[in-house]
Design a protein around this ligand. Structure first.
Ligand code: ATP
Ligand code: MG
Length: 236
């Protein structure tokens, strides 16, 4: 459903990504790892259409990013939910208002918004906090608001850039468990993280970047192949 085909991104003389190729299948859970500066955020921003590749092509559901006009980028982005390390919440809006925003943008009827916000706040365990403002919440709670807002429109793909960066180990694990739950309902997840403990404790595919290149693409120690090939081998 997502294809990176020999994608490079340069900023002047800085090469942030070089010749990056991989495919994400529908429903996969993938960690994107690598040292600071390896290119994780750049890769996520390319997928969001915030940057255009300097070379190569990105495809989502058969559509090429290079063929999407600036005017229509919002339609491309609608398939994606995003969670950032610094939450990117509106501090003058309540939890419920923050979570409702993406639905208001797509002009969802008020009754439906109310129901969906209620349901999603239950999922992330924040119903009791719905009338509070972000400044009144803990880091873990803020991150859960951010997650709720990212998934309320039921995007096909959820991107997360260091969603546990500000959280303690226990809260981080709870956060990842929520991502897993969302993944089990069918959402494809690509999560950039430095947190090796979390990566090691969840048996997900890992794409590791090193200085802008794919240094590793594995699942449970096996070099990653696409699902079809894996199945053919299992059948042998
Ligand atoms: N807008 C930009 N202009 C110039 N250089 C940039 C820009 N964005 C990223 N870079 C450079 O590209 C490289 C990759 O940056 P990126 O933010 O993708 O790394 P990262 O893997 O997300 O790192 P971190 O783990 O610290 O968040 C870095 O060398 C960075 O300085
Ligand atoms: Mg980053």
């Amino acid at each position: 459903m997502i294809i990176f085909d020999k994608v490079s991104k340069k900023f002047g003389s800085i090469i942030a990504l070089e010749d990056v190729s991989f495919t994400l299948e529908k429903g996969e859970f993938v960690f994107l790892t690598g040292a600071s500066g390896a290119g994780k955020t750049t890769l996520i921003k390319l997928l969001l259409g915030e940057y255009l590749p300097s070379a190569g092509e990105i495809e989502m559901n058969g559509e090429k990013v290079s063929k999407v006009s600036k005017k229509n980028l919002y339609l491309w982005r609608r398939k994606l939910g995003v969670v950032f390390q610094d939450y990117k919440l509106f501090w003058d809006k309540t939890v419920a208002e923050n979570v409702a925003l993406p639905l208001e943008i797509i002009k969802t009827p008020a009754k439906e918004i109310g129901e969906k916000v209620q349901k999603i706040l239950e999922l992330v365990g924040l119903e009791e906090r719905k009338s509070l403002f972000p400044a009144q919440l803990s880091g873990g709670e803020l991150q859960r608001v951010s997650l709720a807002r990212a998934v309320i429109t039921a995007p096909e793909i959820l991107l997360a850039d260091e969603p546990t960066g500000n959280l303690d180990p226990k809260t981080s694990k709870e956060m990842i468990r929520l991502f897993k739950e969302i993944n089990e309902k069918g959402t494809t997840i690509l999560m950039a993280t430095h947190n090796n403990e979390i990566v090691d404790s969840f048996k997900a595919r890992v794409i590791e970047l090193e200085k802008g290149k794919v240094a590793r693409d594995e699942k449970e120690g096996k070099y990653y192949k696409d699902k079809k090939k894996e199945k053919e081998e299992d059948d042998d």
